[in-house]
Ligand binder design. Structure first.
Ligand SMILES: [Zn+2]
Ligand SMILES: [Zn+2]
Length: 321
């Protein structure tokens, strides 16, 4: 199973402004001077890629594939880029069956849909899945004047809607996808996607107000023993205290769940639209301190804990399970 992140930004896309680009260029040039390195090529290679390019500005969209089978989760602005890639395959010839799972219907998870080119190709069949009963109404609304010039009824592809039952698995393109409830101001459902003994837990958007097994109840199955979890890490420690009930979490909460539930790898996404590279780096440092502290506490208390590999996600990141 391959998990590809096409959009890792939360709440609002984050276009790089000329002022931000200029600031970045100045920082890099200063660091190049300070490094004493004579080759700019070597200097560039010595830096982490996100230091040069940032983490990406597109909002939520994740692609899960195995061979030719594919599940797309959410239609944020990252979906536009994915759609362009898909046009080189069966979708460009009107021969694709496309499955899109929707966690919820906040703008940052929808905004890519009107720009998803495979929807405009006759012959393609697109099936939307969600727990929310009004799934069809919400998607149709995206293709309504005056919000968008192309009315839903004019779309030439065949579009289906499947309402999922909470915590009931559905077979989609050879995967088994099960929705579990997350903690968000409007109902939002995470998905556990399983295939061939591997499990991917998609946990965005969530404030994760329920952490303990007792609080999570049946929803603990979303996390249990997952090979990979993509988790909402929008805020720093300070912000999460200030922004109670805003519906997003801090990375440390995801690590607590992962250590307890035996999750091997965690990627934090839904970066705040105001978070530049430096701010995400700061959140990463905070997360590292928190993780080390929790490990020491567990060791001192002789409590078993799972060694978790974690990282902050960037646009274009791919994880093979
Ligand atoms: Zn969101
Ligand atoms: Zn949301």
């Amino acid at each position: 199973m391959n998990v590809h992140l096409w959009g890792v930004r939360g709440s609002l896309p984050r276009p790089e402004t000329p002022a931000a680009n200029l600031e970045r260029a100045q920082v890099l040039l200063k660091e190049f001077e300070r490094s004493g390195e004579s080759s700019s090529e070597k200097f560039v290679k010595s830096l982490p890629p996100q230091y040069l390019t940032g983490y990406g500005g597109n909002t939520s969209c994740v692609e899960v594939t195995e061979g030719k089978d594919q599940i797309i989760i959410d239609g944020g602005s990252g979906l536009k880029e994915l759609g362009m890639k898909m046009m080189a395959g069966p979708a460009g010839k009107g021969k694709a069956k496309i499955s899109i799972l929707m966690t919820h219907f906040h703008w940052d998870h929808l905004i890519g849909l009107p720009f998803f080119v495979p929807m405009f190709i006759p012959g393609n069949e697109i099936t939307f899945y969600a727990v929310q009963e009004d799934l069809e109404k919400y998607i149709r609304l995206m293709f309504t004047k005056p919000y968008f010039p192309v009315d839903f009824s004019w779309l030439p592809s065949k579009i289906n809607f499947e309402v999922m039952e909470p915590r009931k698995p559905v077979s989609i393109q050879g995967f088994e996808a099960t929705p579990y409830m997350l903690d968000h101001p409007d109902p939002c459902w995470g998905f556990r996607v399983e295939r061939g003994g591997k499990a991917y837990a998609h946990c965005v958007d969530t404030e994760a107000t329920r952490v303990s097994e007792a609080e999570l109840g049946e929803d603990v199955a979303l996390y249990r023993g997952a090979d990979l979890m993509v988790f909402d890490g929008q805020y720093t420690l300070m912000e999460v205290v200030e922004k109670v009930n805003w519906g997003h979490a801090v990375a440390g909460i995801g690590l607590d769940i992962a250590m307890r539930e035996g999750i091997d790898k965690v990627i934090f996404v839904h970066h705040d639209p105001y978070a530049n590279y430096e701010k995400i780096l700061k959140a990463k440092e905070q997360t590292r301190s928190y993780f080390e502290l929790r490990k020491q506490e567990n060791k001192a208390a002789k409590k078993p804990f799972h060694e978790v590999e974690w990282e902050f996600g960037y646009e274009g990141m791919e994880i093979e399970l």
